[in-house]
Design a protein around this ligand. Structure first.
Ligand code: PGA
Length: 248
């Protein structure tokens, strides 16, 4: 894993956007794996600005998102589809038919999981997967204990994840209990992975990730087994890593 230290959230976001733009300019038909949540908001803002000011084109880009809530219609403001439209898709020239998220409204969710895996294969796999990390080490909605062999699957959200995401909803009671997420093995099959980590609240999980051996209780630790992972973390997120390495 290669670690790039950013000064702060904005610096992290700028560096991540630059990384994505280079990939978009380099490849003939890049497949980007995208993430939602608070961490990539700044990255998407820089991508929007860059598209406006430097006209980077996304007409040849395909996207697959990590996850989607179950039971929230795409046009509902809380769906990850709405998030992606608002933060990125509505502001760049990507054809809507090139953008994909799991369908959390599918009647047969198990068939939907298979369809999503097949779709990723059909697109030729993910060239660059953007990831955040949960405070409990989850990636996508792969909570602690998820088998490393998992493909796209239906998950019951843990209460800590529901609480963490309640800030986007009117109340905790309205946060969905289930989601469809790419599995750990789906993520690990990406050719390259870009993990973004920001803020003091992620310092503990960063220290755990970097100091512990790969284990199922910290799903993100599986990334140590991938040959091309870049972590862009800001100094607040790296504070404990540095403190602990100084005390050895
Ligand atoms: P966050 O979420 O970016 O909102 O911190 C990350 C995650 O839970 O994967």
């Amino acid at each position: 894993m290669k670690i790039i230290e950013a000064r702060n959230y904005h610096d992290m976001s700028q560096k991540a956007a630059q990384f994505i733009i280079e990939k978009v300019n380099l490849l003939a038909s890049p497949v980007l794996g995208l993430a939602t949540g608070g961490t990539p908001l700044g990255t998407y803002k820089y991508l929007r600005e860059d598209h406006l000011n430097h006209h980077t084109s996304y007409s040849h880009v395909y996207t697959v998102n990590l996850d989607e809530y179950v039971g929230i219609p795409p046009d509902n403001e809380h769906s990850y589809f709405s998030y992606m439209k608002k933060q990125l898709f509505d502001h760049i020239d990507i054809p809507r038919s090139h953008t994909h998220l799991p369908d959390g409204m599918a009647k047969d969710l198990s068939a939907e999981c298979h369809r999503y895996e097949d779709l990723i294969k059909l697109l030729g796999g993910i060239d660059l997967q953007l990831l955040g990390i949960g405070m409990n080490g989850h990636i996508g909605f792969n909570e602690p204990g998820t088998p490393f062999s998992s493909k796209t699957h239906l998950v019951e959200l843990t209460s800590s994840t529901r609480k963490a995401n309640a800030r986007y909803f009117d109340s905790l009671a309205t946060v969905p209990f289930q989601a469809v997420t790419m599995g750990i093995s789906t993520i690990m099959e990406s050719k390259q992975i870009l993990l973004l980590v920001s803020g003091a609240k992620k310092a503990e999980i960063m220290a755990k990730l970097l100091n512990e051996e790969t284990n199922k209780d910290t799903p993100a630790s599986v990334l140590k087994r991938h040959q091309d992972v870049i972590i862009i973390a800001d100094s607040d997120a790296l504070a404990l890593v540095k403190e602990r390495s100084r005390s050895y």
